[in-house]
Design a protein around this ligand. Structure first.
Ligand SMILES: Cc1cc2nc3c(=O)[nH]c(=O)nc-3n(C[C@H](O)[C@H](O)[C@H](O)COP(=O)(O)OP(=O)(O)OC[C@H]3O[C@@H](n4cnc5c(N)ncnc54)[C@H](O)[C@@H]3O)c2cc1C
Length: 303
């Protein structure tokens, strides 16, 4: 029962997050003629992509923000209303998921969690550097664009060593900038780096200076300055799983939500799609997972 004076919305599905995963779920559910509420806090990683070249259908690439706006328009075309805001908590009550958005109570049979991840920033000026593609976050996405460039990889621990070795297939000029304690980079990783001809610098990065749109200069604690055409941050990310975990959903050791082949979490009625889920963090994967989840929800509602 809604509290007196509290606006109430009853929908088939609540979609939390309006990046490519959430918007694709909205497009599918809209076309299945299902009622939905989509709430988005506006921090999609699409907003950080200067231009993507690996999304099928755009031979000349497409700016992340343009793709985001087009997907939103498409979702609205099929009846979705994108509500701006952040869902703080969801509870389960009489087979319905219930949450509050600015005083409006949203009640849904199903929830699609599409909340994504938050990248760990390497240093100040991070956002500006990412927009200019001087600091990059995803070699799978854009290593093709840095063939033969001077590439730095910032990391703590082994993760950066693997990214540096991945990038070595694209350029002979790769340096790993290890920002952690020496013991955090194990002997095996050091051996692999040396065998691949990857430089290793172990020092704290105290500042990042952007030289126009062309190069990025890192100042190290010992006063040394290093210049690169591009720098990858391999500092990792934090999955926004809080809402699902509070409902009892299981995650793996890396903190990603575990789902089955229909994108169902371990909580009945709760689906998770996109970067928040274990697996490859890519736009096309987010879209595919959303299509699978939306279709399963539709079929369950039909049944
Ligand atoms: C710099 C960069 C370049 C990239 N380049 C490529 C590329 O070239 N090709 C490619 O395939 N992929 C690329 N990616 C990865 C791609 O952006 C992600 O895989 C994709 O955006 C994931 O979609 P998503 O919908 O799961 O999450 P997101 O796009 O991150 O969207 C999640 C949304 O959920 C919202 N949200 C979170 N919590 C809440 C809440 N509690 N309530 C309401 N809303 C909430 C967030 O604000 C956000 O808007 C790149 C990523 C980065 C950072």
């Amino acid at each position: 029962m809604a509290r007196p004076g509290v606006a109430k919305i009853d929908v088939d599905a609540l979609i939390v997050g309006g990046g490519p995963a959430g918007l694709t779920a909205a497009i599918y559910l809209g076309r299945f003629r299902r009622s939905l509420a989509l709430v988005d806090a506006g921090q999609s990683r699409l907003g950080l992509i200067p231009i993507t070249h690996n999304h099928p259908g755009f031979p000349d690439g497409v700016k992340g923000r343009v793709l985001w706006a087009r997907m939103k328009t498409q979702a609205e075309h099929y009846g979705a209303v994108v509500r701006t805001g952040a869902i703080e908590s969801i509870h389960h009550q009489a087979k319905m998921f219930v949450c509050d958005l600015d005083g409006t109570e949203i009640r849904a049979r199903f929830v699609v969690l599409a909340t994504g991840v938050a990248d760990r920033p390497p240093a100040a000026h991070f956002a500006e550097a990412v927009k200019k593609a001087l600091i990059r976050l995803c070699p799978i996405c854009d290593a093709y664009e840095v063939i033969d460039k001077q590439i730095g990889v910032i990391s703590i621990g082994e993760r950066g060593a693997h990214e540096a070795i991945f990038l070595r297939d694209y350029s002979p000029h790769v340096t790993l900038l290890h920002a952690g304690k020496p013991a955090e980079l194990n002997a095996k990783a050091r051996k692999m780096l040396a065998a691949a001809g990857i430089g290793l610098v172990e020092a704290e990065i105290v500042s990042v200076n952007l030289e126009g749109d062309r190069t990025v200069e890192l100042a190290l604690a010992d006063g040394v300055r290093l210049g690169f055409d591009t720098v990858y941050s391999a500092l990792g990310m934090d999955n926004r799983t809080g809402l699902a975990v509070a409902l009892g959903a299981k995650t793996n050791e890396a903190g990603c939500l575990l789902v089955d082949e229909h994108q169902k979490t371990s909580v009945d009625g709760l689906y998770a799609v996109g970067d928040v889920v274990r697996g490859l963090n890519q736009i096309s994967i987010a879209e595919a997972e959303a299509a699978i989840a939306a279709t399963d929800i539709h079929n369950r509602l039909r049944a």
